[in-house]
Design a protein around this ligand. Sequence first.
Ligand code: PLP
Length: 381
Amino acid sequence: MVSKTDPDDIAKSPTGDAYLLTPGPLTTSETVKQAMLHDYGSRDGSFVNLTRDVCAQLLDIADARESCDCVPIQGSGTFAVEAMLATMFSQKGKLLNLVNGAYGHRITEICEYLGRECVVLEFAEDVPVDVEKLEQALIDDESISHVSVIYCETSSGILNPLEKIAEAVNRYGRALLIDAMSSFGALPLSTRNIPFTALAASSNKCLQGVPGMGFCIVKKEALQSSAGNAHSLSLDLHKQAEAMSKNGQWRFTPPVHCLLALAQALTELDEEGGIVTREQRYRSNCQILRDGMRELGFRPLLPDELQAPIIVTFHIPENPGFEFQQFYDRLSARGYVIYPGKITNADTFRIGCIGDLGSNEMHGALLAIKATLKDMGIENL
Ligand SMILES: *Cc1c(COP(=O)(O)O)cnc(C)c1O
């Protein structure tokens, strides 16, 4: 057994919970948690206003208030991705899905369930989407109507060149669907320089709210012409948007507390200085983590230039004394939760740098990792 009370515990969170250095759910601020200490009726005027304000703020993050609608949807991020695919891309269309990790594969799987035609352009998990190959695929197959891409592929932490991808898709007259789950609110994504038809994201990643709702930001004309596309009653963005435009209400029980938390999280994003400042904090977290882990002898999967400042994948060290489950358990007993790897071509684990965490917590995590290696009897990796 690993002792819960450790003399050299460094930074415990104010609630006593472990810090979550994961891809989400993430560590949220105390004030975000406190915002949930209310009960609102879903038809209540104050809740209707809250939904409207939150949606307007989400649109502002992408400079999309003029050209797009924000449609919230109950559930986790995958529900929003599935609703986006089901509603924005019909049985008549054909999707070119750009894949370099597990979340890309998930889009293919969703299309299989939905009975939508999907062709895949796949890259290795440590290689970003190649825009020239994308262009060639669009030239070769004129029946492709839509292209989907993961902005930050959270399974490795790799950043895809979204601006170049969007420019190419637009130049060839196709519609772009973006999974911006682990990037929205921290990485640049504006309608000013990134033409897209729809994006999907959720409350609990870079926006630093709690889990429970996803949302899609959708071009107004595309949403208006999407009636009848969805296969599903609950995952129909068109129907959800139509109901909301009538009375401001969600069609089914809304995640009230999640919305209260998200409203507070958006206020805190603003107070932090917006997404530019948030990106800087995540970049600094990421740099502290990569530098500190390298110093301890760990090897990151990706070179600096391909790394998004969201989550870092490390190789499992070859030292025979290093057993991941033991490392994980001991580290979480010290107050830091990390994540197993999610790529298929190497043995890895992941450490996130997003959420309500700053340099103190990142340095704290490194000290805890150092102490954990010592506990495991590992002097040098
Ligand atoms: C987190 C995430 C999702 C959604 O995952 P859920 O577990 O359903 O919230 C989708 N795509 C990416 C890139 C993600 O990081």
